[in-house]
Design a protein around this ligand. Structure first.
Ligand SMILES: [Zn+2]
Length: 99
């Protein structure tokens, strides 16, 4: 979905039009933003990770772009940023990339 018109973008998950500051940045995305808003991303990543912990840990992030890689990418970035094992350097990079 091409979006971010007039600083607004429609979330693919909840369907609500929100300001682009409500979306995390995604360098691989067609408009540079994730397709889900931050609220949906957070809600879903917590749910997905708790339900698919082994799968998430054992399967590296798939290559390729598109809707699914967008979802997987945002789940991974969310999981990693919450991980106590994430190095401070990596955490800082994640923080910058999600500004
Ligand atoms: Zn949403």
């Amino acid at each position: 979905m091409l979006a971010s018109i007039n600083g607004m973008k429609i979330c693919n998950r909840c369907g609500v039009e929100k300001p682009i500051i409500e979306f995390n940045k995604n360098k691989g995305g067609e408009d540079g933003l994730y397709c889900w808003c931050k609220a949906c991303t957070h809600k879903n990543s917590v749910k997905y990770y708790s339900e698919n912990k082994e799968h998430v840990v054992n399967n590296p992030r798939p290559k390729g772009r598109g809707f699914w890689s967008c979802i997987v990418g945002l789940i991974f970035s969310s999981v990693r940023s919450d991980s106590p094992h994430t190095s401070s350097t990596h955490r800082a990079r994640l923080a910058r990339s999600s500004l």
